[in-house]
Design a protein around this ligand. Structure first.
Ligand code: AMP
Length: 342
């Protein structure tokens, strides 16, 4: 039905760029990445400022190093595999942030030090309205603390579960905004590689924010984590251990679009072998209520050959996006109880 053509070639790097900043060893063997010029709470994003009237951004921060005593700690916001996230307020500026606390011992035991380091190095440098800001970090003997932008409406996964599925307009706005954020990441040679609703947060105005740039997080309510990690979102080339590039994020965008519209990922199955087979042969069933334009877009993203997936710039020009999420249209405030589907 939709024979939209878009031949724009995006000039992507073959593999994700890796930062090479130096590391400072500390007593217990945990190496802390050095972020050149990193000044927590500077240049914070406007969406967050809007919700913090009268709270000045900390523009003239004199000190470079933060400690726990700089913050008032509030309620827990959530629990991850390696630590907890708390609402916190910087004492001097009254600026509200989320403080993610990770235990160094658990990071070392699980051998994910490199992932944590990558998360810090990448996320501290990114500036985009649809990417969660990491203002900085600090550490003590036992813990490392990430100072993060506070995303008022929490995990997108939670909202999706509450609502069942999203209508096409809501889904299209999230797909459009995720696409914009991925275009930005790819332009900086960053491939996310773990796009899924659990790694996306929702800000003040219900806008999407990519979080978690280094590792998959533990999600007790998520079946796929306990069963098979992020198998549902893995591209065929990653599944088969082949070299992969930026196009894995385009595949995940297609999976994400389906999950928003249906409430379950497209390759959901009883066990991981079946999911594996469905991904390998791209076996997808679309419910009747999915529009032809939405199917057309997903069909162009969920393509086995990474080179033939629709470039992200073309996603923004796709008729389904143009119709449902035109430029300038943002997320309506929705009541998760009222808008429940099925
Ligand atoms: P994580 O360990 O990053 O997976 O975080 C666990 C949970 O904490 C998430 O599922 C969210 O509900 C919550 N959370 C994490 N980061 C933030 C944040 N920046 N703002 C608000 N809630 C957050």
């Amino acid at each position: 039905m939709n024979n939209q053509k878009c031949n724009s070639k995006e000039n992507y790097p073959p593999i994700a760029g890796r930062s090479t900043s130096t590391q400072k060893p500390v007593a217990d063997g945990f190496k802390i990445p050095l972020i050149p010029g990193s000044r927590p709470l500077q240049n914070s994003h406007k969406a967050n400022e809007k919700d913090q009237p009268g709270k000045s951004e900390v523009k003239n921060v004199k000190k470079k190093h933060w400690t726990l005593s700089d913050f008032d700690i509030g309620r827990p916001l959530g629990k991850g595999k390696f630590g907890n996230v708390y609402l916190a307020r910087e004492k001097e500026s009254k600026y509200v942030v989320a403080l993610k606390v990770l235990f160094k011992s658990q990071i070392l035991d699980s051998d994910i030090e490199h992932q944590v380091r990558r998360e810090v190095e990448i996320q501290c440098r990114l500036r985009h309205p649809n990417i969660l800001r990491m203002y900085g970090y600090f550490h003590d003997d036992k813990r490392i603390y990430f100072i993060l932008e506070y995303a008022k409406h929490g995990a997108l996964y939670k909202t999706l579960k509450q609502m069942g599925r999203f209508d096409e307009k809501t889904a299209a706005i999230y797909v459009r905004d995720l696409t914009r954020a991925l275009i930005y990441c790819h332009s900086l040679k960053v491939i996310h590689r773990d796009i899924k609703p659990e790694n996306l947060l929702i800000g003040n105005d219900w806008e999407l924010k990519i979080a978690d740039f280094g590792w998959s997080v533990y999600s007790p309510s998520s079946r796929r984590m306990t069963l098979c990690g992020t198998l549902d979102y893995l591209s065929p080339e990653m599944l088969e251990g082949k070299p992969h590039n930026y196009a894995v994020d385009i595949w995940s965008l297609g999976v994400f679009c389906y999950e928003l519209l249906v409430g379950l990922p497209p390759f959901d199955a009883k066990n991981s072998q079946q999911t594996y087979k469905k991904i390998k042969y791209v076996i997808i069933k679309y419910p009747d209520y999915i529009s032809d334009k939405a199917k057309d877009l997903m069909g162009k993203l969920l393509v086995i050959n990474p080179e033939q997936r629709l470039p992200l710039s073309c996603v923004l020009k796709h008729p389904w996006i143009i119709e449902n999420a035109p430029e300038g249209v943002s997320m309506p405030v929705f009541n998760t109880e009222q808008n429940k589907t099925d």
